[in-house]
Design a protein around this ligand. Sequence first.
Ligand code: 4AD
Ligand code: MG
Length: 435
Amino acid sequence: MKEKTKFISIQEALDKGKGVVAIRGWAYRETKMKDKMFIVLRDSSNIIQCVIKKEIVSEQEWNDLQKLLMESSLELEGSVREDKRSPTGHEVDVSSIEVIGYAEPFPITKEINEDLLLDRRHLWLRSRKMTAIMKIRSTVFGAYHEYFRNKGFYEFQSPLIIPGGAEEGPTLFEVKYGDKKAYLAQTWQLYAESAMFALEKIYTMAPSFRAEKSKTSRHLTEYWHAEMEVAWADLNEIMDYAEELVKHIVKRVLEKNKEELNILERDTKKLEPTIKKRFPRITYDEALKTLKDKFKIPIKWGDDIKTLEEDKLMELNETPLFVTHYPKDLMAFYKPRDKKNPKAAVCFDLLAPEGNHEIMGGSERDTDIKELIKTLKSKGEKIEDYQYYLDTRKYGSIPHAGFGMGTDRLIKWICGLDNIKDAIAFPRTPGRCTP
Ligand code: 4AD
Ligand code: MG
């Protein structure tokens, strides 16, 4: 290949439609015939079919090309033209070709089972499906930052190695810290509440860790947690942020990732109500009533609404649904009692449609230090571990609220995936932390 060739992406070559192009990438498919070879070349942008006639290369080169297998990397030059029979409607008549890296037989075939596919995840990332998901994921992260920055929020980072709990003790990962014990953070929240006194409106995007025991299609042990905290805000205000944020992210994906959603065969009509309609807001009490009246499912007040019951509730909703005011006793220690209904906490969960369950949880934060200490003790927590947190209530305490979103769960829903494992490149699940 000549020096200083100006390579363009496959998408650019497709857009150009005719004339000479230089492209490079990996063999997505190869078909060898007696006197010609078809290679469907892929790069990060798209795929294109290329034809190599025996006569354009030397005898030696032709023999070498016989060793070319799927996922070999190559550079080529040729002229592109329309061809309706080709996978992306164009074909390149190759005039010169150079193999950059020959591939061994690719260890992923149609017959491969789920577990091996996860073992070979580092190679499976190259698939059109995973590539499409990773592109959508990139849009989601970008849109998330864009939303909060446009709203005047500061990005704040909390430590990931922490001395004690926050959400639920049993799901803490323990780490050796010199001769002491420490834990991996489940949330930035408690530190964010300290920083809020300086910055007022803050957000983050960071990994959270949960030593989940049960294998489900929506639990990771390491997930990307999108959290925010706002000074002076109440529950309704943060629900407004939550709704606007989800609408903004879904809108961006629909604008930027038509092609990727198409590769995933996602029915995008199912996402449209989320942009157009207001998300209903119902209380836990109203949820119980709906389950009883419409589905004949009785739930005792104080019991959690389980996944099957959430599925029923979501049969009635084509947008995400806010459920507020869950029983205080079921909730994390920092969620305050509702003054009007002391058995309930001032909190919300946001449930996503199409069997996707809780994608966000948020609440006002308890400012009553006595109540906080009482609840922490009742949950068996050591007060010393929370001293820094309780201090926030001693020096100019104010009302505030915030939420956390499971970004991988959001992506699972937007992409219409069956399992959260596919929403992230290298999933960490209860049964697996490799590759
Ligand atoms: O409801 P959670 O536990 O709330 C908190 O951690 C709060 N401190 C957030 C806050 O107010 N700043 O977790 C928040 C969200 C859940 O709604 C869920 O979407 C996601 O995090 N999540 C998980 N996602 C994937 N795998 C897991 N194991 C998850 N656990 C929670
Ligand atoms: Mg929750």
